[in-house]
Design a protein. Sequence first.
Length: 198
Amino acid sequence: MNILIVGDDEQIEEIGQETLNSETSFFFQKTIPVDVQKFQVIFILNRKLTDRELTVFENQSIIINDVIGPLPMESLSNKIARFNGWPSFLKNDVWEVVSDYEEEFRDIFALFHRKALFVKDNPGLISARVISKVINEAFYALHENVSSKEEIDLAMKNGTNYPYGPFEWSEKIGLKNIYNLLSAMSVTDKSSFPAFTI
């Protein structure tokens, strides 16, 4: 099987090429090549695909790093999944996935030595939703002069055993990603309205 992974150097490094199944051919590109038909699976890490762009792919399994969603309504002849591929989440052993083709994608994710956790098609899935709310609350605390960024990060790392403090995590993930997710969530949950601007 030929698997194309489209992403930047940092994303590819975070996946860890040494963890990939050696019996499968993995190809790494920064952009989508013209000859996409030679790949059975296409993994897009660096951006969301438009419905029109999806028409380029035929009978291929497409995995999109898209936290906000939803899955494209018309999947054409493709099997499509979306997952949380935010920076710092790619190195996790379990990846949150949304798809109507659970069995096939479970096998594909196993080639990455990752377990697919299939979740509902909601903005933020689970972990991105929770982490974004934590980061948003940290910004509220900062604006209310509860403490400094450094102290909030230290308290959260030591108090909750998170790998990063909320401000540290927001830098890794990117404020734009968090802002866009919080904005999408705030449509149905006003408490998710971003406490910061980008």
